[in-house]
Design a protein around this ligand. Structure first.
Ligand code: CTP
Length: 404
């Protein structure tokens, strides 16, 4: 019973599919979960709060304030092991995608640190509208899981896509998520580096790069979703992850990243170094702001410690080490050279020549390059999908190692 004891916040929004939610609550409770239900005002036109309160055995909340009392959305967001938004209407989806906060459902969603599952429900034309497509892409990029919509008769009388996933399928999806069978990396420790590094020149300036850390966070989350305990060493970026299996260590410079990574690597079974580490740093950091004097300025730079190469030297045969290569010319040749020089088991190559791939984009186009001539290229895909491909390959490598 993977849902036994799991605390689930179910947010019901305004769609005809809301009439199925008492059944959904019953099934979640039958599977052992505790359920607290939130509704939007529009949802209550489609389903009775009394029915939801009766089946969930908890009062239904529909507002941030209730008369003179305050419904603590932060507490609810922290209480939950999972938040399920079902049905999620086109309007609520747009709010989630844009961070709006004009009702309790949005406030709890923004406060939640747990995985969020969204089961959309709307008419086919609304579902296929470019703004809905964009909103779905957006909420996925924030790490939320979107359940597939069904095909069939819609409230409009039309037949098409847009039906909320059936309660059975939603409960199955959550059960699979919490099931140990779906956690092949459970018990393993993983180290992931991500983001840029900043190398200070003086108190107000640094040498950096355009990496945002999106790829590193996606890899950390894909490993954590499969049960690994992840240490994410993250360079300066505004992006964050709140995955319960991820501990983030924020660093600034290549040296700090080196220190944190070499320490974490000792206990790691898997290390994926996706950070865009500066190759050079100023030989000295000026104590005061560097004033402009001459028409040119010479900076003396020195090499940063190479984290991947260092880990490659200390790697044992039980550890898997994965590096990244961002190349502009002779990509495969350079990537193979990098893998050999740094003693990595696998290199993820991304080329700056590919449109939509690389720093800051939501998508990436990768080629995996391994030992013994292994090479596999993938089409442009979201960074989450690219991360899943990398993590699946890591599983294959671990399996191959065990069977040798
Ligand atoms: N890397 C690292 N520490 C550094 C530099 C790079 O761990 N000081 C890691 C990156 O995280 C990445 C891989 O090494 O996994 C490749 O980085 P890259 O800078 O492209 O490789 P270099 O060996 O520095 O090669 P070059 O700059 O000559 O392309």
């Amino acid at each position: 019973m993977p849902l036994a004891g799991k605390k689930i916040v179910l947010a019901v929004t305004g769609s005809i599919a809301a009439y199925k939610t008492p059944q959904l609550v019953r099934q979640l409770i039958k599977a052992g979960a505790q359920v607290r239900v939130l509704t939007t005002a529009a949802a209550e036109a489609f389903v009775s709060p009394l029915a939801l309160a009766t089946v969930s055995k908890n009062p239904v909340l529909n507002s941030v304030t209730d008369g003179s009392s305050w419904n603590n959305h932060v507490e609810l967001g922290l209480w939950a092991d999972a938040m399920l938004i079902a049905p999620c209407s086109a309007n609520s989806l747009a709010k989630l995608a844009n961070g709006l906060c004009d009702n309790l459902v949005c406030a709890v969603y923004l406060s939640a640190r747990c995985p969020v599952f969204v089961a959309p429900a709307m008419d086919e034309d609304m579902w296929l509208h470019p703004s809905t497509r964009e909103n779905i892409k957006r909420i996925r990029s924030y790490g939320n899981q979107v359940l597939a919509v069904g095909h069939g008769e819609l409230a409009s009388g039309l037949i098409g896509e847009g039906r909320m996933a059936e309660p059975d399928d939603i409960v199955d999806h959550l059960s699979r998520y919490f099931s140990d069978d779906n956690k092949p990396l459970k018990g393993l420790q993983a180290l992931v580096t991500g983001g840029p590094t900043y190398e200070r020149l003086d108190p107000v300036r640094f040498i950096g790069n355009f990496s945002t850390g999106k790829m590193g966070i996606a890899i950390a989350e894909a490993l954590a979703d499969k049960g690994a305990s992840v240490c994410l060493v993250l360079g300066p970026t505004h992006l964050r992850t709140y995955h319960p299996n991820i501990k983030t260590i924020q660093v600034e410079s290549a040296t700090e990243m080196y220190d944190a990574s070499t320490k974490a690597f000792v206990q790691s079974d898997i290390a994926v170094l996706s950070a865009a580490v500066a190759d050079y740093m100023p030989e000295e950091i000026a104590a005061e702001k560097i004033k402009k004097t001459d028409s040119t300025l010479q900076l003396q730079l020195t090499k940063t410690p190479d984290i991947l190469a260092t880990l490659g030297k200390s790697k044992t045969h039980n550890q898997l080490l994965i590096g990244f290569a961002l190349e502009t010319t002779n990509e495969v040749e350079h990537a193979i050279d990098k893998m050999n020089r740094k003693n990595a088991d696998l290199i993820v190559l991304n080329s700056l020549r590919d449109e939509g791939a690389g720093f800051g984009h939501d998508s990436n186009k990768i080629t995996l390059i391994g030992r013994d001539g292994f090479q596999r290229s993938y089409p442009l895909q979201s960074k989450q999908d690219a991360a899943a491909v990398i993590v699946n390959h890591i599983q294959e490598l671990r399996h191959a190692e065990k069977t040798v």
